[in-house]
Design a protein around this ligand. Sequence first.
Ligand SMILES: [Zn+2]
Length: 684
Amino acid sequence: MRRRRKSFFLLAVVLAAALACATKKSSQNADIDLVGMDKSVAPGDDFNGYTNGGWTKSTPIPADKSGYGIDAILTDETRKRTLSLIEDAAKGNTPASEDARRIGDFYASFMDEAAVESKGIEPLRGQLAAFTAITDRRALARAIGGQLRADVDALNNTNFETGNLFGIWVTQGLEDPSHTYPYLLQGGLGMPDRDYYLSSSSHMAQLRKQYLAHIESMFRLSGFTDPPGRAARVFALETAMAQVHATRVESEDVHSAVSWNRADLPTRAPGLDWPALLEAAGLNDVPVVIVWHPKAVTGLAALFAKEPLDVWKDWLAFHRIERAANYLPKAFVDEHFGFYGKALSGIPELRPRWQRGIDFTNLALGDAVGKMYVERYFPAETRVKAQAMVGDLIKAFAKRIDSLSWMSPETKVKAKEKLDTLKVGVGYPDHWRDYSGLEIVRGDALGNSLRAELFEYRHQLSKVHQPVDRGEWWMTPQTVNAVNLPLQNALNFPAAIIQSPYFDASADAAHNYGSMGAVIGHEISHSFDDQGSQFDAEGRLANWWTKADFDHFRAAGQALAAQFDTYRPFPDLAVNGQQTLSENIADVAGLVAAYDAYRLSLQGKPDAVKDGFTGDERFFISFGQSWRSKERDPELRRQIATDGHAPEQYRADTVRNLDAWYDAFSIQPSQKLFLAPDKRVRVW
Ligand SMILES: [Zn+2]
C-alpha cells in the first residue's frame, strides 16, 4: 500500500477526515508547489523540511482530523464529489437504479438523527438479550462465531485489528493460488495492538486508564448493572488476550501461517468448541483453514476454556455495542469518539455527520458508489494515460533487473517472469459487485449497517467455492491509495489517486514521474520487497531465488531497516525498521524505477529548467511533496506502534539512497542526510 492504513476503529473518524479546504492548486495544472517549500532549509539536511516546510508552518491540522496532508485534501475532495452523486441519485421519485436507491436510502437513514435518537439502543436489545441468556460454553462459542466478519487483511491492505475474537480474511491459498481459503487471524482487543496493553511507556499507561473508563461508560450508557465491575473484568480479559497475541512484527511473517484441517482445530487449539463456532460463522463446509497466528489462536482457545462465562458474556456485549456505536444516539457516538478519536489519535472534534455518512455508505456499498464515481469523475482518457505510465514503470523496472550486477541470470529470469505476468488494474475493476441480495431499509441506520456487514461477509465466504478471480479488487475506486496483491500478483490503482496533484495529464513530466510515477513504482516494487519477493509469478509462496541472490537481497534490506531505526520522532520512541521494511523497500525501489522511467521519457534530451529548477530537482521535489503530511502526536505514536508504513516525513527522505539526488542538489558529506556511497541502500 502506498499510504498508511487508517485504524478500523477510526474509520468513522478519520478515513475521510474532511475539511472545507480544497487544494489551492485544484484549478491549475499540477506542478511543484513553490509556496509550500522552505528554501531556508538545506535539502541535504532535511529534505522533507525543504520541500514541505512552508506548508507545514502555515497549515494547521483541522480540529476534526488526526493529521492533514495531500491525501486528506484529496479525500475531502472525493467525499464532496460523492455527496453530490448521492444527492443526485436521491433526486426525483424514481432512482436511476436499485443500487442508486440503496445508496440514497443508506445515506439518508444515517443522516436521520431524530430517528436514530428515538430508537436509542433498542435495535441492539435482542442481540444483547441473547448474550445474557447464554448458559454454557457451546452457546458462547456459537455467539462468538456469529459475530465473525471478513474484517482483516494480512497481506493486501495489512489490517490486523479486530474486536471480534478472530478476524477472517478470504483469498487464495499461500501455497495454492488456484483455490480460495478462509484465513483465521488473532483478535478480541478493543485497543489497536498488544503493545497498548503491555507496554510500560507512560503514554500507554495513560491510555489504559482512559480505555478502562471508556468501557465503563459504554456499559453505563447501555443500562447495565455494575459498570465498573464489568469494565474491570473485560479489561482484564483483553489484557490476557494481549499476552497471547503476536507482535506487529511477528504478524508480518508469512511463514508463521499454517494450514489446519477444520476437523483438527479442536486438537490443535483445545479449549474452544470449534464445531459450534465454525457453524455459526458459516465455516462448517470448508475443509481447511489457514491460521495466520497459530500461537495466538491456541492461546485464545485456552482462554475461552479458562475465563469465567460471565466475563466472556460482558466482553461480547461490550464489543457488540462498540461496533454499533456510530449508528447509535449521540451519547454513544460522543463516548466512542472520546476514546478512539480524542484519546487514541488526539483529534479535538468529531467531524460533521454528513462526512461520516459518506464514509459509512462507502463501507457498505463501496462498489456501487465507485461505479457512479468513475462514470462522472474518471475520464477514459485519464485511464489510458495512467495505463501508459504504468507500462513505462514496468519497462523501467525490467531494465533495472537486467542491469543488476549482483543478481544471477537464473533469478533474473524468474523476476522478469513475475513482472511480465503482473495484472494491473487502473481506475476501477473489470467487474462490479452485485448488491441485489442486500436489503437497505429507509429509517433503519443500524440495521442497514449490520445487514451490509453480513452481506459482505457472506460474499467473501462464497469465494471459497468459486474459481479464483485474479482481477478481484481490494480497494474501492474512490479510495485515495493504491495496493499490491501478492497472492494475485496484481496491482490496484484506484481512480481517486489518479488525479492532481499526483497526476495531471497536462503537467510537467518531472512532476508526474516524481509523484504518480513513484506511487506506481512503489506498488510494482511490493512484488519484490522482503515479503512480496517470496511469492512467485502465480502468487504462490515459493522460493524462486538462488541462495546467494537472496542473501544479498536480505542484507540490503537489513541495511534499510537499520537506516529507519535511527529515525526518532519522540525521545522515547523510534521508527521500527523491521516493521516498516516492506514499505521502505517499495519506496526506495519505486523511486529508482520512477527516476529511470522519467529519464527514459526524455529520450536522451535534457529537461528544461523551470521555476529555477532543473528537471531532476523538480522530480525529487515532487516526490518530497507527495509525502506532504503532518500528524498529531498520539496519532503518530499509534502509527509507529501498529502500521507497516513509516511516518511520511521520513519517507520523503528516501531520496538519500539515490546517487542522482546527490548530484541534483550538490549534497555535501557534512549534511545530515548524507550517506557515503557504500551506505546508500540499493535494493533493486
Ligand atoms: Zn506500500
